[in-house]
Ligand binder design. Structure first.
Ligand SMILES: [Zn+2]
Length: 495
């Protein structure tokens, strides 16, 4: 009977979010809870379970999964606690296991450690020793460091943006692990780092320029000798030394095939770098244009996207709307624990003066208005498409004139409409909705709105990358340095 360990530690951060993240921001699943939560869900581990269950005489052992939504940098002490909890259950299997699958995001960062996933994998490797194969899965925005590559036998990553192929990616990780453990393949990896960070509509894999690299990676994956292939664009807000875009290919011992394929993806990507950047409408112009339009309209505020690691406390678009006396109904959300507290001290129907927003990120100033308390809530929810539990904590719906606002204690991912549905609100009932995510699946907004303005608002996850102030990432780096040069170098990794 072969035994496979299954575990995960997933989070991405924005180094530019001033609010550090604590341990209690994570959902922790232990032992069989990992299986129970993921079985049948569109999650990495869910897909891996499905695939591994097909293999006869193989047992999955579930140990631990710390799942953190995107946030500011993780407090280092919280990270060390997670590492300890992660490693502890592995110890008893160190002599009695045939492989490990670890679900990672790849864009973590703590207040002290700039390669947390590398650190974690090195510690796992110390326990499991050199012979046990480890395969990891990563988000497309992951930062695959040398230390990570040195400690694993295989890597797979998402092939979609906006992301939909979580379980498919988990299945690919399981297949790769099976090939190593049962078929005896010997993985060799080639990767090519590209000094560019990117953002914007051309990254949408279905319709954008970046789709070329992904289609190439998928095509070569059908080659019998290729064990996995992918392209990581990294999370440009995770300001760490190894931040960059990169291609990688794992083959069964064929260095030449791995290297030519990784090089091809990297050199095809580089000339597109200037097109793979944000395309914005200014704050004032988007609001004044929206005022004249029939609607419905989406105002994308990617600069305050909790899914990219922002605190969710921006009121920048609302402030501009108030300033311009925006004439239409608006639906928005703001993280503001103080505003929630005041709302919860009041009964439904009360009128209260409350400041909203600008509590965490000093780029924004509080907006004080007279609000009617519409409702109170405090219940976690699951996203429309993603199998991630979101816990906004105590929340309330406030209304002031034509503005309806969900105020919450904790940031939640807004890649869809679930934050509004969870509060009994439907964006389709409003002229304008503020969407704090760079991109959503088209059906959530784009398919039915008249216009979706990509607003150039201030914030810690602004797609206007040179405004952020990177200090740790390698330089030169496009577009922080417009004259950055690319001299392709292939690095090989094998165990
Ligand atoms: Zn991502």
């Amino acid at each position: 009977m072969k035994k496979i360990l299954i575990m995960g530690c997933t989070q991405e951060i924005s180094s530019f979010n001033p609010a550090p993240c604590r341990y209690d921001f994570f959902e922790i699943y232990r032992a069989d809870e990992v299986r129970k939560f993921n079985t049948g869900r569109n999650s990495y581990i869910g897909g891996a379970i499905e695939e591994l269950n097909k293999i006869p005489n193989l047992e999955c052992i579930y140990t631990y999964h710390a799942e953190g939504s995107a946030s500011g940098p993780l407090e280092h002490s919280a990270f060390l606690k997670i590492v300890e909890e992660f490693l502890e259950p592995i110890k008893k299997y160190s002599d009695n296991v045939d492989g490990a699958y670890i679900s990672l995001h790849g864009a973590m960062g703590t207040t002290e450690e700039l390669d947390p996933e590398g650190y974690l994998l090195e510690e796992v490797r110390k326990i499991l020793g050199n012979k046990i194969p480890i395969v990891i899965s990563l988000d497309l925005h992951g930062i695959l460091t040398s230390k990570m590559l040195e400690n694993v036998n295989g890597v797979v990553s998402l092939h979609t943006y906006p992301h939909v192929d979580f379980s498919d990616t988990g299945r690919r990780a399981a297949k790769m692990l099976k090939k190593i453990i049962i078929d005896g393949v010997t993985p060799v990896a080639a990767r090519v780092k590209i000094p560019a960070i990117v953002r914007g509509n051309e990254l949408i894999t279905e319709t954008g320029l970046f789709g070329e690299q992904i289609r190439y990676a998928k095509n070569i994956s059908s080659d019998k000798e290729v064990l996995s292939a992918g392209f990581l664009i990294s999370n440009p807000f995770t300001d760490v030394p190894e931040l960059c875009s990169q291609s990688y290919v794992f083959t069964d011992g064929d260095r030449n095939l791995a290297s030519t394929s990784a090089l091809r993806m990297a050199t095809d990507f580089w000339p597109n770098r200037s097109k793979l950047q944000g395309n914005f409408v200014s704050l004032t112009k988007s609001v004044s244009l929206g005022s004249t339009m029939k609607g419905p309209i989406a105002f994308t505020d990617a600069a305050d996207a909790p899914s990219s690691g922002a605190p969710g406390d921006s009121n920048a678009i609302l402030v501009e709307m108030v300033k311009q006396s925006y004439p239409h109904s608006v639906l928005g959300s703001v993280v503001d624990p103080k505003a929630v507290e005041i709302a919860n001290e009041n009964e439904i129907g009360n009128q209260v003066k409350i400041s909203v927003g600008g509590l965490l990120d000093s780029r924004h100033s509080p907006l004080e208005l007279d609000w009617e308390i519409i409702s109170h809530s405090n219940s976690p929810f699951i996203l429309e498409r993603w199998a991630f539990k979101q816990d906004p904590g105590p929340s309330a719906v406030l209304k002031s004139g034509s503005i309806t606002l969900v105020v919450m204690t904790n940031p939640v991912i807004q890649v869809d409409r679930s934050v509004y549905f969870a509060n009994g609100l439907d964006p389709r009932d409003f002229h304008s909705t503020i969407v704090k995510s760079p991109h959503c699946e088209p059906e959530f907004f784009d398919d039915w709105v008249e216009e979706n303005f990509n607003v150039d608002a201030p914030g810690s996850t602004s797609a206007n990358l040179p405004t952020l102030g990177h200090v740790n990432c390698q330089r030169p780096m496009y577009p922080l340095d417009l004259d950055a040069d690319f001299n392709p170098v292939v690095e090989f990794f094998s165990r």
